[in-house]
Every structure is written in C-alpha cells, then in structure tokens.
Design a protein around this ligand. Structure first.
Ligand code: IPM
Ligand code: MG
Length: 362
C-alpha cells in the first residue's frame, strides 16, 4: 500500500486550530478508505521566527520538498509587524521554492447560505467560479528598493510565466462551463499588455473555450454586479490576491473558502483563504470549513484521491444543509465542534458503501 506523506504547517493565529481539524478529517478519510497517510508537523511564519529566527526554516522546506502534499493553516499577525523578518516571507518562500505558480480558489455558494451573503439572493444564487491566480511572479517577487524618501517594487512577467498559468486556466474551463475571463490592466501596464497578448495566443489552442478580457478596476465592480457571469477568472499575482478576497465574501463568509497552490511534479500546498485572524485566535470560534475544503482539494489535486475528496465535500455539504453553523455564519458551534460534526457525517456516509462491498464478497 502506498504511504502518502503529508506535511502540516499550522503557522499563526487560527492556523493551528484549523490545521488540527484538517488533520482529523484526513486521518478519518484515510481510515475509512484504507489509505496510509503519515503526518509531519513543521514550523512556518511567525511561529518559526519565534522558534528559529527564520520564517521558513531549512527543515520545513526539506520536509515539504520530500512530501506528497502540504497543508498550511495561516501565517502572520501584529506581533511580528516590527520584526526584521516577516511571517509572510515563509509562505512566499515556500511558493517560490516549490514552484507553485498556480493558485486556485474555487468559489460557490451553498444554497442554505445564500442569505448569509452580503449580496441579494438574485445576484448570488448558483454562483460558481474559480480564480486562477499566477503565484510566483509579478510584484510579489520583483526587485525591491528602499531609500530614505523613496521605495520601489518591480513588476516583471515573462511570456512563459503567463503561458503556463493561462494553459492551466483554459484546461480547467474546458472541464467546466467553457469560459475564461482574463483580468489585467492593459490600458496602463506593460506587463498587462504582454499578459493579454499571451493569453489571446493560448486561447487559439482552446477554440471551444470562450475568452473575454476585463480590466481589473471594472472587474472588481462586475464581480459584485454579476458574479454568476464567471466560470474561470485568470489573473496575475497581485490582482488575484485582491480579487480572491473580494470573491470570498460572496459565499457568505471568508471562513468557507479553500485554496490549492500547484506546480509541476512536486507537492502542492493547500490552505484556507482566510488569514491568521489574530483577533479570534485560540478561542475555538473560527470556521474550520475553509480548512476542511482545502483538505479535500489536497486529496483531489495533491494525492489524486477523488473518492476521498468527494466524501469530504459531500460531508461538508450535508452538514451545512442540516443547519450546523459556526459564529461567522450566525451559529453557535466552535471550530472543533463543527469539525467533529463533519467528521461524523464522513463516517455515516461511508457506512453503506462498506456494507455493499461486504454483500458483494458474500
Ligand atoms: C494570500 C495571502 C498572502 C498573499 C499573504 C499572506 C502573503 O494574502 O494567500 O492571498 O498576499 O498572497
Ligand atoms: Mg490574500
């Protein structure tokens, strides 16, 4: 039996709480589906700075490199605002070192949570899109300079970097509703003009996929006005960072949103979209669903275990349909209790399947 090595990086703030729940979910699924997972926990972010002085210790990086998938809770917090090194450098370093150029953030709305969305029902019902954000280029990784009275951050993109994320987005659209909305600022930025050219060229290889271009300022408005119009949203690093936070509130709470960061060949990184939320950390009140759905993405895209991923997603769906709610969704359940409710659903749902196998063998 193959053993899958999963590295857990709890990090800061609510990170450890959601990572614990994600671990318990993964361990449950492994048990029910007869898979062997090993878990290794390592330091990242502020927690790593406190313990070692480095936001991404060598031991962490090495463990991730030799893993099958990485789960990350969250990094950052006001505690390290004045530190020489920032917790975020841990996450950015990991993205770069693992070559995770594609950040994938699906957004859909559970029918039972439509009333929790800040938008009216007629705008958000049936919203279902996915953001493909380029993750290892642009402003995030350009050269930086700082003088006493000036600062600069360089934004560089190569056509190769644009092409690989564009191809991932078109391939995804092909398996979905066949539409890519590419977001840039081509009326101002040279990198965006390159972006638009390359994306248009790539689109020629996917004649069955519709391509539209949008300027990022207008897109931030349209995302609220007509969120149902989107299928795959393709964009560069900084615009994707901003638009994906905007998108995450449509679903009712940022606490629900999962993400996957993927490269070629190596392990992927899976993390909830919500950050470290230091104001509610350690109180067992954060929503574990974003983390649990990230664990489902880890199963599906990290380990290629589709049935296991389905089981987790179905359990979350049923749990929400039956009315279980954390505080961010107007409910009473704590992080652990919500996690436990979902774990019970996973176990329930598995029972009939195992029974059928026994019948068959009998
Ligand atoms: C995200 C976060 C990160 C980013 C931070 C923590 C560096 O906001 O994953 O969206 O800006 O990419
Ligand atoms: Mg962000």
């Amino acid at each position: 039996m193959k053993t899958y090595k999963i590295v857990l990086l709890p990090g800061d703030g609510v990170g450890p709480e959601v990572t614990q729940v994600a671990h318990d979910v993964l361990a449950t699924v492994a048990d029910l589906h007869h898979r062997r997972f090993t878990f290794e926990t390592h330091l990242i972010g502020g927690a790593a700075i406190d313990a070692t002085g480095e936001p991404l210790p060598e031991a962490t990086l090495e463990a991730c490199r030799t893993s099958d998938a990485v789960f990350l809770g969250a990094v950052g917090g006001p505690k390290w605002d004045k530190a020489a090194k920032r917790p975020e450098q841990g996450l950015l370093g990991l993205r770069k070192e693992l070559g995770l150029f594609a950040n994938i953030r699906p957004l859909f709305i559970y029918p039972e949570l439509v009333e929790r969305s800040p938008l009216k029902r007629e705008y958000v019902e049936n919203v279902d899109f996915v953001v493909f954000r380029e993750l290892t280029g642009g402003l995030y990784f350009g050269e930086r300079e700082r003088g006493p009275t000036f600062a600069s951050d360089q934004c560089v993109y190569t056509s190769g970097e644009v092409e690989r994320i564009a191809r991932s987005a078109f391939a995804a659209a092909r398996a979905r509703r066949g539409k890519v909305t590419s977001v840039d600022k081509a009326n101002v930025l040279e990198t965006s003009r390159l972006w638009r050219e390359v994306v248009t060229r790539v689109a020629a290889d996917y004649p069955d996929v519709e391509l539209e271009h949008a300027l990022v300022d207008s897109m931030s408005m349209q995302l609220i006005r007509q969120p149902r119009a989107y299928d795959v949203i393709l964009t560069e690093n900084m615009f994707g960072d901003i638009l994906s936070d905007e998108a995450s509130v449509l679903g009712g709470s940022i606490g629900l949103a999962p993400s996957a960061s993927l490269g070629v060949g190596g392990p992927g990184l899976f993390e909830p979209v919500h950050g470290s939320a230091p104001d509610i950390a350690g109180q067992d009140i954060c929503n574990p669903v974003g983390g649990i759905l990230s664990a489902a993405l880890l199963l599906r895209y990290g380990l290629r275990l589709n049935d296991e991923a389905d089981a987790v997603e179905a359990a979350v769906e049923t749990t929400i349909a039956r009315g279980a709610r954390t505080k961010d969704l107007g409910g009473q359940l704590g992080c652990r209790a919500m996690g436990q409710t979902i774990i019970e659903r996973i176990k329930d749902a598995s029972a009939p399947a195992r029974h059928q196998v026994q019948m068959h063998w009998g």
